[in-house]
Design a protein around this ligand. Sequence first.
Ligand SMILES: [Mg+2]
Length: 106
Amino acid sequence: MPQKSLEDFTLSELQAYVQSKAVERGFNLTDPSKKLVMLMEEVGELAKAIRGVVGLKFSSTTEKKEVADELADVQIVLLGLAQLLEINLANALKEKEAKNQERIWS
Ligand SMILES: [Mg+2]
């Protein structure tokens, strides 16, 4: 059976992939507070990348690719934090969205 490519991964598979890379790269696997600090750092970088965005347009100094890269960093660290806390983020998202669908949004 051919190996599935990264672009076809489900969120659960991406979480497992991020975990395998964290192990391979010697990243923090035990301290959620350190991972949370990293997440905040990546959110800050995302904010900086978006700062040049006005409305839906990107300024000449902010490339959409830069924003996409920072969004990806946030997602990678978030998946790593979920893994460290032994939470399947795809399942958590589905369960929370089920709750959200019962909520009255007004
Ligand atoms: Mg970054």
